[in-house]
Design a protein around this ligand. Structure first.
Ligand SMILES: NC(=O)c1ccc[n+]([C@@H]2O[C@H](COP(=O)([O-])OP(=O)(O)OC[C@H]3O[C@@H](n4cnc5c(N)ncnc54)[C@H](O)[C@@H]3O)[C@@H](O)[C@H]2O)c1
Ligand SMILES: [Zn+2]
Length: 541
């Protein structure tokens, strides 16, 4: 939508998604005009849609539809419910895109079929199976077009139209008072915007970082995006050297750090230079650590490319490498001058990596932001094909939780510990399974489900909310149960060696409500063992 024309909300999507009902309520809530496009067409034609189709064919109907759309958009402010096929014409698509804020309402096929047959009860009997199939094909063909037009998407299955209308009002206000894309973090700023890399030279200049740039990426991300960053920099007169490390956790090693030191020193790195970390958490942690330690520390800019890195690891200044005795045992706090996020790079991120990243967003929702949790619930089924605006909104809000916590407790003396929610058991599972079976976020998903169970057993959290969390994680395609062959003793030993122990007590982060959590140092080890045994029994049995 163009910025100037914010006074028209168009509801698009298949018939049966609830556009007219929701549209009417929405207009009422906003105090705006409401127009049902099909009704306007019928009024102007003086006959019913079915008669127009019979007499003039689809072509005739579509001509009338385009004319009616143009006529309707003269009215402001306006909520307009469009027919399912409005998006078939390029002309209509371009005026919707330019003049309206488009909300895509969608439902699963069964719901659509039921609603259509209910609406048209008097006209024809219940939809036959063949019709459901035809509907599925049509919806399948149109879905990408709806999605490409949408500024916001809502699944209307089992949600009352008033709730859908509320959600649209909320989303519309969000879009109007565009969420800040720039946030202050310790040591610098956090920016999230599309096409962000092009702005990197200006940002460096603004920060007074005029030295050479040392771009560190991995062999999966580098070939895709590093040239673009380098070109932006060299085009603006910066010197920019690049290097790719092998992708994967094993690169967070002293050997790899040494290789980077050698590369930097041989190419003449200086105190006023900047390391650019382009990649996921592995690149961010390693490059950050190298920047923290070479020449006693030079500037680092984080350019995170995974969801996990965008909302978690790039923020907060923890950098480090692994030791054969454990993960992240060698490290330093080194705040980035800037975290620059271009979420368009996520399109190439593998599906499993995405889900694992969203697990940390769920964590942020549970420990500190109930609205974020609810929005993740609403978006869960479609997180992979949300409109960019909506993805950016969720990422930014998930990042804000971490930014808020870190800004208040940089050195993890109190509140920052809450970020370890799900990580106590999660890390023990990662260790017990040799880091190969689960992605970090997957292990955290299991860990959060387990911590939730402990909270419920201790009467500290409601079973209903714990269930909501489990269902959300599962909707995100994340695991929530223990692998049947998990070694119980090794896992228990892992819990006791947890570096989050204080004075010999394991500190469990437990939720007390969706949106708030606390550190519980009184969880009886026997309870932990009991629940672990039960879960393993359940899985095996
Ligand atoms: N510093 C912190 O505060 C902090 C917090 C959480 C996690 N971490 C660390 O982060 C690391 C995990 O980070 P991660 O989950 O981002 O993993 P990662 O860096 O290993 O990236 C995952 C995989 O996705 C690939 N990839 C990344 N971006 C891509 C893109 N846009 N398109 C295609 N492929 C892409 C990578 O090459 C890699 O193979 C762990 O080492 C963990 O210890 C650090
Ligand atoms: Zn984590």
């Amino acid at each position: 939508m163009s910025e100037a024309s914010s006074q028209c909300i168009a509801l698009i999507g298949p018939s049966g998604a609830g556009k007219s009902t929701v549209g009417r309520r929405l207009a009422q809530q906003l105090g705006w005009n409401f127009m049902d496009l099909d009704s306007l067409i019928e009024k102007r034609a003086g006959m019913l849609t079915s008669a127009i189709f019979a007499q003039e064919g689809e072509l005739g109907f579509r001509d009338r539809e385009s004319a009616a759309l143009v006529e309707a958009l003269e009215i402001t402010p306006l909520v307009i419910a469009c027919g399912g096929g409005v998006i078939s014409r390029m002309f209509n698509r371009s005026i919707l895109r330019e003049q309206t804020w488009c909300v895509y309402l969608t439902s699963n096929i069964e719901t659509l079929a039921t609603r259509i047959s209910r609406d048209e009860e008097n006209l024809r009997p219940l939809l036959a199976d063949a019709m459901v199939e035809r509907l599925a094909v049509m919806v399948g063909e149109r879905r990408p077009i709806y999605a490409s037009l949408a500024n916001w998407t809502i699944h209307t299955d089992q949600i009352q139209s008033t709730v859908v209308a509320d959600e649209i009002v909320r989303a519309w206000h969000l879009s109007q008072h565009a969420a800040p894309t720039e946030v202050r973090v310790h040591g610098g700023t956090y920016q999230l915007k599309n096409g962000a890399y092009a702005g990197l030279p200006d940002e460096l200049a603004r920060l007074g970082l005029g030295g050479a740039c040392w771009l560190i990426s991995d062999d999966q991300v580098g070939p895709r995006y590093a040239k673009q960053v380098q070109a932006a920099l060299t085009g603006a007169g910066f010197k920019c050297e690049m290097i790719y490390i092998p992708a994967g956790e094993s690169s967070k090693s002293l050997q790899q750090a040494e290789a980077l030191y050698t590369w930097l020193l041989e190419h003449g790195v200086q105190r006023g230079d900047t390391v650019l970390a382009l990649g996921g958490g592995v690149v961010g942690d390693l490059a950050g650590f190298v920047a923290a330690t070479i020449l006693r520390g030079i500037a680092v800019v984080q350019l995170p490319t995974t969801i996990l890195a965008m909302i978690d690891s790039s923020i907060g200044g923890k950098t480090g490498i692994n030791h054969p005795r454990g993960k992240n045992l060698i490290g330093a706090f080194h705040q980035p001058q800037l975290v620059l996020v271009d979420e368009s790079v996520l399109h190439s991120l593998p599906r499993r990596e995405r889900a694992a990243g969203w697990a940390e967003a769920v964590k942020h929702g549970v420990i500190a932001d109930a609205a974020l949790f609810e929005d993740l619930e609403r978006a869960a089924g479609t997180l992979n094909d949300l409109p960019a605006e909506q993805t950016r909104d969720l990422l930014l809000r998930a990042a804000m939780v971490k930014i808020g916590v870190v800004n208040r407790d940089e050195r993890e003396l109190g509140e920052r510990m809450l970020l370890n929610y799900g990580h106590t058991l999660g890390q023990a599972i990662e260790v017990a399974t040799g880091y190969t079976r689960y992605l970090h976020g997957e292990a955290v998903a299991i860990g959060m489900t387990f911590a939730a169970e402990l909270a419920v057993r201790r009467n500290l959290w409601s079973a209903i909310d714990a269930d909501r969390q489990r269902m959300l994680l599962e909707a995100l395609e994340l695991p929530t149960s223990l692998p049947a062959d998990l070694d119980l003793h090794q896992t228990l030993a892992g819990l006791n060696l947890d570096k989050k122990r204080a004075n010999g007590v394991v500190r469990w982060v437990l939720p007390s409500a969706i949106g708030s959590a606390f550190v519980d140092t009184h969880v009886p080890p026997a309870l932990v063992q009991e629940v672990l045994e039960e879960w393993l029994g359940q899985v095996a049995g």
